[in-house]
Write a protein that binds this ligand. Structure first.
Ligand SMILES: C=C(O[C@H]1C=CC=C(C(=O)O)[C@@H]1O)C(=O)O
Ligand SMILES: [Mg+2]
Length: 481
């Protein structure tokens, strides 16, 4: 199989650099840091010519390995790629973690010097990262590189929006810095931009082995959950399992992202590196998008396979639209999201009936949600209200999380959790990090779960999780077609 993907087209990229603005801004930043006795964030945005986001990501492969992130939205027109860490917000707090990160972010950007003449969201100072699924769950070594809340403010970031590319440079100035800080950052930027467009094709290495982690035990857990769901008061609980993959050599996330981009056109594509590990995925599920006060969310739950022919696919879709078990699984999500959105929004619009969302490997029941957020509701306030929706946790929320903590052997880490970004104006977007995996050198863990309700069948749920592994398995060369 040919696993190679070229990512840069056109060969030559010209980026015009006017250093004066960054130089002046850093100079001012250092002065301000001395006056105020605290660090000052400096951020400069400029147009970047025709650079592809994945190309930019790949060009940081050596110098910024372990400090990169990548994001593409499902509409396909918006990309961000970050290299290096200008600042980091992290915490293992379990209670109040969303507001802690929100406060830390506001402190960091407060009084910052921002040179950004453009109107687009996702430029200038921006934090990218995520929150673990359940900060109360006992941690294992699997997720040791990711604190429960982890956000990076990149040194360099490429944003592609509305067909144009923008380069952001972020620097935190302290009272101890001098003008050598500018020289250092400008030098890094110059060598970064020189590297773009000269990358070699990267390949996903051969897959040696796929280990199913405790599949039999997992089915037993589903049956146990079904018994408890029949007794009430729990209505739904989402249970997940893991595959562990072994490769011939180290997996380069740029190669995996290239394949996900081609294969999963209707999904969010993301990657978030920390300490040498890389959390990566292709999620079809939006948690929340915010632009100004306009917000969008999605109810996504209830699943069936894709058909081999157009007719079969339509038939399966119709079957899903009228299947009692899946409709129930879906309705719990709609009810909870409506409630969470009504608490944080002035108005909310949700259609009465679900429609189908078809992605390459699976089809889902899908209900879009739109609203106007209250003046006082920040993006993170809404994330906190929504996470986890019953598509990832269950219903009632707290009881379901506690049940997962008790029954599931998997350490979910960032799987099924909010991953995304927020800029300095409060715009941003979080997806639910499903159809995902954690790459660790020559190994990777993949995760998939399913909504268990009182009339679930363990074998069908097992097969459904099999479908949900496919996006990552395929990108990693684990599906021979
Ligand atoms: C928990 C996952 O999917 C959720 C999203 C869509 C459909 C789901 C379902 O039908 O069970 C799940 O709730 C996963 O992919 O790991
Ligand atoms: Mg399901």
């Amino acid at each position: 199989m040919d696993n190679s993907f070229g990512c840069c087209v056109g060969g030559k990229f010209v980026v015009t650099i006017h250093e004066t603005e960054l130089k002046e801004a850093i100079h001012l930043g250092i002065e301000k840091a001395r006056e105020q006795g605290r660090p000052i964030l400096v951020s400069e945005v400029r147009k970047a010519g025709a650079i592809e986001a994945l190309c930019f990501f790949d060009s940081g492969r050596t110098d910024f390995f372990g400090e990169r992130f990548y994001w593409r939205d499902p509409e396909g027109g918006f990309y961000i790629a970050g290299l290096g860490i200008a600042a980091q917000l992290s915490s293992d707090l379990a209670e109040g973690r969303f507001s802690y990160i929100g406060r830390s972010w506001n402190e960091l950007i407060q009084g910052g010097i921002i040179v950004n003449p453009y109107k687009e969201a996702g430029l200038g100072p921006l934090m990218f990262g995520g929150f673990s699924f359940d900060p109360h769950k006992q941690k294992t070594a699997l997720w040791s590189k990711y604190p429960d809340s982890l956000f990076h403010i990149p040194r360099f970031m490429l944003t592609v929006a509305g067909g144009e590319a923008f380069l952001t440079t972020n620097v935190v100035c302290t009272k101890h810095d001098g003008i050598s800080l500018f020289k250092k950052v400008a030098g890094e930027r110059e060598s970064l931009l020189k590297n773009i467009g000269t990358r070699m094709d990267v390949e996903v290495p051969s897959l040696k082995e796929i280990k199913e982690i405790a599949a039999g035990e997992w089915k037993g857990t589903v049956m146990e959950a079904v018994t408890q769901l029949q007794e009430g008061p729990l209505k739904k609980v989402v249970l997940a399992r893991e595959l562990r993959l072994l490769f011939e050599s180290e997996v380069e996330s740029g190669a995996v992202l290239g394949r996900l981009e081609l294969e999963q056109k209707a999904s969010f594509i993301f990657s978030f590196e920390s300490g040498g590990d890389s959390f990566i995925g292709a999620s079809p599920e939006r948690l929340i998008k915010k632009r100004g006060r306009s917000v969008r969310s999605a109810c996504l739950a209830g699943s069936i396979q894709r058909g081999k022919t157009g007719n079969e696919d339509t038939m399966l879709g119709n079957q899903l639209l009228s299947d009692e078990k899946n409709l129930k699984e879906h309705q719990y999500v709609v009810d909870m999201i409506r409630d969470a959105m009504e608490k944080t929004c002035d108005s909310v619009v949700i259609p009465d009936q679900p429609q189908l969302m078809k992605v390459r490997d699976i089809q889902h029941l899908y209900t879009p949600v739109e609203g106007i957020a209250k003046e006082s509701s920040s993006l993170l306030d809404i994330v906190e209200r929504l996470h986890p929706t019953p598509a990832l946790g269950g219903l009632p929320k707290e009881a379901a999380i506690a049940k997962i903590r008790e029954l599931e052997t998997l350490d979910r880490g960032l799987y099924a959790a909010p991953i995304g970004w927020m800029d300095y104006a409060g715009n941003g977007e979080f997806a639910v990090a499903i159809r995902s995996g954690l790459i660790q050198g020559k190994e990777a863990s993949l995760f998939a779960g399913c909504g268990v309700v009182a009339n679930s069948d363990a074998e069908s749920e097992y097969l459904e999780t099999g479908l949900k592994f496919r996006p990552m398995l395929s990108a990693l060369g684990g599906i021979k077609e």
